[in-house]
Ligand binder design. Structure first.
Ligand SMILES: Cc1cc2nc3c(=O)[nH]c(=O)nc-3n(C[C@H](O)[C@H](O)[C@H](O)COP(=O)(O)O)c2cc1C
Length: 312
């Protein structure tokens, strides 16, 4: 794929290969590692605007950032344009350069609240949200799915609505809500949206290798790709896709992730949080089942570090 910089509003992003928002995973540490390895932009996990208003202490922890994150992008979810605007203007989001709105989350708890992918069936409401956030002065981007169920696609209309309402970029996950994360990506739907708007379009879904990124770009004509699960077990995917010299080996990347987390949260909490991360990092490793069990019983960062040093 052609690697090129992308303009999001007035912000120039160094390249067009992004790390996706990943609840429970795209922490500040993962973002720093992936950016160092070549990701052009990395999003926080989805953060509840309501949560920020009514339970700021817990929610604010999700908004931790490092100075190494040169361009900071936050993803919010919510359905109330007033609460969302409040969140964007609040002290908690001052440090972020770009605000993304989640209009694709399929999870029932979110959907039944009218949030995430529920907004696909209420274009007026979605438009009102984008319009009011765009007025807050930061570039606003939208991540959405192609529809709620197979055969009932909203991609092109929704993309146009995002553009008309003031979005600076859209990311399209080429699956419907009912598919969750499985099945083929619908290239045609992403392509139809790309041809209908002038703002940059990022294609998302099923990128696990450089070849997958090439196919997704070729078949959709998109301006860039967003990698999600493909980065969870292999952060080096960004240097592979961008064909840049990898700043770290795989082992060094995993160790850097652990070390940063330990420094921020202390040894014990770091070990507990890092367990689920290790389940991904150990995927291709020999004896991974036994090692995962070992990682899941680790109670200190040092124990975790020994597993990485000896086996990864
Ligand atoms: C564990 C997990 C957490 C996710 N969290 C978010 C999220 O917070 N916000 C969001 O927009 N999408 C979220 N997604 C969806 C991904 O960003 C992406 O759209 C989806 O996984 C498809 O890309 P892939 O096929 O490359 O994995 C999540 C996906 C997974 C697997």
């Amino acid at each position: 794929m052609e690697i090129k910089s992308i303009k999001i509003g007035n912000i120039e992003v160094p390249n067009n290969v992004f790390l996706a928002p990943l609840a429970g995973y795209s922490s500040a540490e993962m973002r720093v590692v992936c950016t160092l390895l070549g990701a052009g932009l990395a999003f926080t996990e989805m953060v509840s605007a309501k949560g920020l208003k009514y339970n700021p202490k817990a929610t604010n922890e999700l908004l931790y950032t490092y100075p190494e994150e040169k361009i900071k992008a936050v993803q919010l979810f919510g359905e109330d344009s007033e609460v969302l605007s409040w969140a964007v203007k609040s002290e908690y989001l001052q440090k972020f350069d770009i605000v993304d709105i989640n209009m694709g989350c399929p999870v029932p708890k979110i959907f039944n609240n009218g949030e995430g992918s529920a907004l696909l069936k209420d274009m007026n409401k979605a438009s009102k949200i984008i319009e009011s956030l765009a007025k807050c002065g930061k570039p606003v981007t939208v991540k959405f799915r192609i529809g709620l169920e197979e055969g009932n696609y909203v991609t092109k209309e929704f993309a146009k609505m995002c553009e008309d309402s003031g979005a600076s970029l859209i990311t399209i996950h080429g699956r419907v809500r009912t598919a969750i994360y499985s099945g083929d990506v619908n290239f045609k739907e992403i392509e139809s949206a790309k041809n209908a708007v002038k703002i940059p379009v990022i294609a998302n879904g099923g990128v696990f290798t450089k070849e997958d990124a090439n196919v997704l770009m070729d078949r959709t004509g998109a301006d860039g790709v967003m990698v999600a699960r493909g980065a969870m077990n292999n952060p080096l995917i960004f240097s592979e896709i961008t064909e840049s010299k990898s700043a770290l080996t795989f082992k060094e990347a995993v160790l850097m992730h652990l070390n940063l987390l330990e420094k921020r949260l202390g040894s014990e909490r770091c070990a507990v949080i890092f367990r689920k991360q290790m389940a991904f990092y150990l995927k291709g490793v020999r004896d991974s089942k036994k090692l995962k069990e070992k990682a899941f019983s680790a109670t200190s960062a040092n124990e975790m570090r020994q597993i990485i040093l000896n086996y990864v």
